[in-house]
Ligand binder design. Structure first.
Ligand SMILES: [Zn+2]
Length: 270
């Protein structure tokens, strides 16, 4: 019922990355967002099969009691709802008491704490909305290159090697939806916030950005035009000129929503 799309924050960072030097911190933040988004898309393919008899809402951003609640995937089943938090971690990690570390000893945020917090917020929200469904919540590790040492079997985690069976079991369980379920979905969609007020974008200014039209695939600037097409010499992409111009105008509007598009900014386009 709600497809996933890139956040405005991710789209702006992609554009800035092609047009300015991001600081190492911003670069890390940006690549984590990209990686997270790819992981979520991967999980979407897995749960597609559930859509016949369940409602799926991707990437919900809700507010409850002045607290933000972000849900990667939310599935409404006949007698319960599922809340999925997708992690695209790669490499070896271990748990020591409640703390999570990478093998290089860096402590990372415990994803189960985030899940518990989200589940508790969602429970109160559903109660307030008048849909007190039981909630099943899971952290999904989507990357087959992920391993977790010292993990007890009773945690709400689905590993890549369990995903097939987990989704298979879910798909087999009967689910008949009624109006209540659609009403719940509609209610959640109507309270969905479009953009996270907590985005961490670097400061940028028109004058400081590299001008030109970046190739949509490799993000390097086009350097030549043949007939009516722009040509990327790095990855051999050909794009009709008018198409690239429109794309650039859109990008300009996204980066500078408060600036007027005038002919003075032509330097931006060519
Ligand atoms: Zn290219």
């Amino acid at each position: 019922m709600k497809p996933r799309s890139e956040s405005l924050e991710l789209r702006i960072l992609r554009s800035l990355n092609a047009r300015m030097e991001l600081t190492p911190n911003d670069q890390t933040y940006f690549s984590n967002l990209e990686k997270g988004f790819r992981g979520e898309q991967e999980f979407d393919k897995w749960i597609e099969s559930l859509a016949n008899s369940r409602l799926i809402l991707h990437d919900l951003l809700l507010e409850y009691n002045h607290t933000l609640l972000q849900v990667d995937s939310f599935v409404i089943d006949m007698d319960k709802v599922y809340l999925f938090e997708v992690k695209n971690f790669e490499g070896d990690y271990y748990i020591e008491e409640d703390r999570w570390h990478s093998l290089s000893k860096n402590e990372i945020k415990n994803p189960l704490l985030q899940l518990q917090r989200n589940e508790s917020l969602m429970r109160r929200l559903l109660q307030d909305l008048g849909f007190p469904f039981p909630i099943m919540s899971y952290v999904i590790f989507i990357n087959p290159e992920f391993h977790l040492y010292n993990c007890p079997p009773n945690l709400s985690i689905i590993f890549p090697t369990q995903l097939q069976r987990f989704i298979g079991r879910l798909a087999k369980s009967p689910s008949i939806l009624k109006d209540t379920h659609s009403n719940l979905a509609a209610k959640l969609l109507s309270t969905h916030l479009t953009d996270s007020p907590y985005s961490r974008l670097p400061k940028y200014h028109f004058d400081q950005l590299k001008k030109g039209i970046p190739c949509p695939h490799c993000k390097r600037m086009y350097s030549s035009i043949i007939k009516n097409a722009l040509v990327c010499h790095s990855c051999n992409t050909l794009e009709p000129y008018h198409h690239a111009i429109l794309r650039n105008v859109e990008e300009y509007r996204m980066l500078f929503p408060h600036l007027k598009l005038t002919t003075n900014q032509n330097t931006y386009l060519v």
